[in-house]
Design a protein around this ligand. Sequence first.
Ligand SMILES: [Zn+2]
Length: 360
Amino acid sequence: MVRLISLFSLLMMAVGGCSYSEESIAMPKDFKPLYAKPIEYTIQADKTTITVGMIGDVLLHNPLFTYDSYGVAFERVKEKLTEIDFLLANQESLPGGKELGLSGYPRFNSPKHIIRDLKASGVDMISLANNHILDQGEKGLTNALQHMNEYNMPYVGAYATEEDRAQQRIVEVSGIRIGVLSYTYGLNGMAIPDGKEYLVSLINKNNIMTDIDNMEGKVDIIAVSIHWGDEYALIPTDFQKELAKELSNAGADIIFGHHPHVLQKHEQIGHTSVFYSLGNFYSAQQFDSTNIGGIAKVEIHRTEYAGKCFIEVGTSTFYPTAVVRDKSHRYSVVPLREAGKRAIYNESWVERHVGLKAEK
Ligand SMILES: [Zn+2]
């Protein structure tokens, strides 16, 4: 692809190497440009842009866990989901399957076909590190992971064995390698069986830093899916904000947060795009703003020039959604702008609250 790149851009890229091009060059105070306009060259540069996204909590309360299919529930936002190149989802209610007895709150157990229908709706990997992962004990987790394999659905944050945990989750989209990590603050009081710490990844700064370090050189960007914060709190806690900074310093490029069941703001920390909480994507919670969620999306650019590659975290956007009941009282996800009075807040509120313009 032929692109016109200014001399200044070229300088930025040359200095930036394979790091982020937002680093600017300090100009001496008495610097006078030789020409009024930057010199422009026509050069060969290959630029690729991909998108990485995530939806928040998929939490199958009663009666959602009784549904035979979820395809219809996601139909009205399917196009928005499938257009994202690599999409994560937080499957908060564990799909342990009907052999363990399906259940809703407080100890969830969901049917396995939620995995099938998320996959058919555009989800590429499921994040499992959350406080409900051991709701049905180790057996529930083991079953859920078997179901993931059955539907060929990649997962992260919970693992069958030590070897499974050691297998880094790296996906490649159009030549861009994405490393994915997932952690949870806790497990609702359920204990991880002794010697089986690999089952779930808990938030432990040392472990997270080691996981990030171990990806160095193998990936172009790192996305961290993290279960944190206070339930129903519209603003992030100090813990979330401090950890986000530390993860950014350590090398995380995208942080997708979840657990509060409501939306929290987006923040750009240097090269890192941080969504503090994505809210509920699909649940039967209908109080306050718990039926409002959305689809987070981050652009990643890769430019190849003179035999070198340059990776850049680009624009972040958010597409607000809501869970509403249709005429037959079935719950489904719709664009927030179509929810009307069935959601207490409208799209402008979400734009102000999250701090990103809603995607059209
Ligand atoms: Zn949670």
